[in-house]
Design a protein around this ligand. Sequence first.
Ligand code: UDP
Length: 362
Amino acid sequence: MRKVVSVVGARPQFIKLSAVSPELRKEYDEVIVHTGQHFDYNMSEQFFEELEIPHPDYNLGISGGSHAVMTGTIMMDIEKVLIQEKPDWLMIYGDTNSTLAAAIAGAKLHIPICHVEAGTRTHSMTNPEEINRVCADHVSTLLLAVTEEDYANLELENLGDRAVIVGNTMYDAFVKNSMKRQPSDFTLTRLDGSGEVSVPEEYYYMTCHREENTNDDESLNGILRAMNSLDAPTIYPVHPRNKQRALRLNEQYGYENVILCEPVGYLESACLVRNAKKIVTDSGGLQTEAFFAEKKCVTVLDFVVWPATMVSNRNELARPNEKDILEKLSHRQIIDPEYKPFGDGHAAKRIVEALLKYDQNR
Ligand code: UDP
């Protein structure tokens, strides 16, 4: 069998891998490389356990540092793995520093690269993930796009002849897993270490960790003040990158109506999405999950990640301040049940078909 090296390093990549890996392993030998970018139990290992992802063959243990330090260090170590494994394909996911580092190392070794989630564009080069995804696409051999918009972006960059629309692997994972937990099955671990709390009957679900919103007090405080003033509590699992700031702001301002908690596993997160009143986020993945579950979403970013979700008030952008978030949350969404831009839950199958087709012709 031909060999694929799959490179992952961050939470959303584990979720995508969980959808692709079982399909891939029917036709290819797979070697999993975990770069170590996310390393806490509840940001990494828990996902491998809950989603039954095979244990990584390599864990590079690289995390932290500036963008350049992390990307450069991952590149150096991945190059060694690729030289040793000599794969027929390098599979990369999404838009993290691990994606970029693997792409550059693989391209310079002339290893064919397939990029899962190619073609998403925010058209904002101040967004670090945009730099990663643009560079990764341009050195990749096979571009696996989620939506028609993504495919059109690739065509505009003269990459259309390498691209295929396959659907969204996050949707595959959501379809497969989102009913596996109920709110009564688990508790939330308070961020300040003061114990466990049950999932309230009614709640808003929020995640927020992008540099744009969490690198200064004003933005994060603006978002938390908005959530604090709502008619039901907000559940906010805090990403380790902004834990200290969130704790300090909470001490200073006392957001009584916000449950700041440790990150939850994917099965819990999908359950929280399904049962939430509404969702506020700056995560690419969570916006789409809100859409899958037909929940109103407010995205606190000044660029669109998934244009397909921005219809009929289903997902609206807001500035990181109380007034704008509350206003956008008050808008009613309209659902068209026929509108399904993220595929049919079988993106992984199509990804493997695209690889096989390419291999037959080379
Ligand atoms: N998620 C999770 N636990 C949490 C918060 C989020 O499992 O405590 C899931 C969420 O449901 C989504 C994914 O993590 O599937 C999104 O990852 P993240 O926000 O880290 O990355 P992004 O989507 O912004 O690239």
